[in-house]
Every structure is written in structure tokens, then in C-alpha cells.
Design a protein around this ligand. Structure first.
Ligand code: FNR
Length: 207
């Protein structure tokens, strides 16, 4: 639970669905860190840990969750909200991301995903900028009971033109949408933790 709607920082866990060294999606998470309001603190989930999560196997889970899965679930639990950078593979989300979410979702009655505010974004080298992958991910949100923001939607198409060689997001339009998404995630997280009325009255009383 957040301490105070206005004073407490909102802690966000960013997960990128690509293990690639030069991943545009991880670069997009770094852009979100840069463009987020001060009240939003984004921690990016460690790539090595993500890479070490085994393929989901219920038999393995029954024998005890792998340490990397425990770390993932703890970090999701501690976060007030999630920010997912979703690569598009064959018109859907990457297996890396889906596998991590599958682990985090079990057992369903103890899933740290349950009720979690979440913002989606994605970068792809194609012209649709992960639209299809993000739409598939919204189905995953339904079953896991995550609460995804509806808008703004951030689709970074033709990513090779939008990032420079250092992995910085240089496209002004994309930067604007990422900034708007982070502002919306801050509001959405506060609303879900406190309710719209309380958040609005807190804002007014502080003005
Ligand atoms: C892709 N890519 C891709 N792009 C797209 O816009 N739509 C798609 O369906 C696919 N499919 C696809 C499948 C597979 C197996 C690979 C490896 C790639 C291209 C993809 O967008 C590109 O590789 C991105 O750079 C992946 O994201 P990261 O690794 O840069 O974060």
C-alpha cells in the first residue's frame, strides 16, 4: 500500500521481454525512466535473472520454485505497478515475457500479478510497432487480473530509426507518448491504490 498519495514515490518494476544486448524494448524502459515524473521510480528487472528463469514446468514448480522465479515474484509483489516493454515475435509477445508471466501467475490464489496496475509499451523494427503483441498481452491481463492502462498506447514502429546508436530514444513523438504513458501510470496507480475521489481531494487540498 502506498504511504501517502502525494508524498510517497510510486515504485514501478519495468520488465523488458527481450534478452538481446541491444534490445530496443529495454532501451524503451530506459527512456521511460528518463521521461517519468519525479514521483515515479522505475526499476528495471535484471536481465541476467530474467534469462535464468527456466521454461515453465508444473512438475518443477511442485518441487519448489527456482530461485530466479522467487526473485521475480518478490519484485513484482513489492512494486506498486508494472511497466512492460513487449517485443513482437510472430505477431505476438515474446516467449521470454510470456514464460516469466506464466511463472508469476502460479498458484493463481497467491499471484503477485493479481490486481496490479500495469502499463504496456513496445518497440519493433516492423511498421506496426507491437500493436498485435500488446493486444495479445491484454488477454493475458484478463486471466491474471492485472489492470492495464487503456491509453495512451505506445507503439514504437521502425525502431531502428527511433533510437540512436547509444540506445537513446530520439524520436520526439515517441518520447511524448512515453512521457504521457508515465504520467497516466502515476495517476492510474494512485487511483487503484486510493480511489479516484481521495486522490483528487488530496491533490486539491495540496494546491
Ligand atoms: C521479429 N520481429 C518482428 N517485428 C514485428 O514488428 N512483428 C513481428 O511479428 C515480428 N516477428 C519477429 C519474430 C522473431 C522470432 C524475431 C526474432 C523478430 C522483429 C522484432 O521487432 C525485432 O527483432 C526487435 O528488435 C525485437 O525487439 P528487441 O529485441 O529489440 O527488444
Amino acid at each position: 500500500m502506498l504511504q501517502n498519495p502525494l508524498k510517497a514515490k510510486v515504485n514501478v518494476l519495468g520488465i523488458g521481454g527481450s534478452l538481446r544486448q541491444g534490445s530496443y524494448n529495454r532501451a524503451l524502459l530506459r527512456a521511460a525512466q528518463e521521461l517519468a515524473p519525479d514521483e515515479l521510480e522505475i526499476r528495471i528487472f535484471d536481465n541476467t535473472t530474467l534469462a535464468s528463469i527456466p521454461l515453465f514446468n508444473e512438475d518443477v514448480r511442485q518441487q519448489g520454485e527456482p530461485e530466479t522465479v522467487e526473485i521475480l515474484k518478490q519484485e513484482i509483489s513489492r512494486a506498486d505497478a508494472l511497466l512492460l516493454a513487449i517485443p513482437e515475435y510472430n505477431y505476438s509477445m515474446s516467449g521470454v515475457l510470456k514464460n516469466a508471466i506464466d511463472w508469476a501467475s502460479r498458484p493463481p490464489n497467491e499471484s503477485p500479478l493479481d490486481g496490479k496496475p500495469v502499463a504496456l509499451m513496445g518497440a519493433s523494427t516492423g511498421i506496426s510497432g507491437t500493436i498485435r503483441a500488446q493486444m495479445h498481452f491484454r488477454q493475458v491481463c484478463t486471466f491474471t487480473n492485472m489492470f492495464p492502462l487503456n491509453r495512451p498506447q505506445v507503439f514504437v514502429a521502425e525502431a531502428a530509426k527511433k533510437f540512436n546508436a547509444d540506445g537513446q530514444l530520439i524520436d520526439e513523438n515517441s518520447r511524448k507518448f512515453v512521457r504521457q504513458l508515465m504520467e497516466a501510470l502515476l495517476d492510474w496507480t494512485r487511483v487503484l491504490h486510493y480511489g479516484r475521489q481521495m486522490t483528487e481531494s488530496s491533490v486539491q487540498s495540496s494546491e
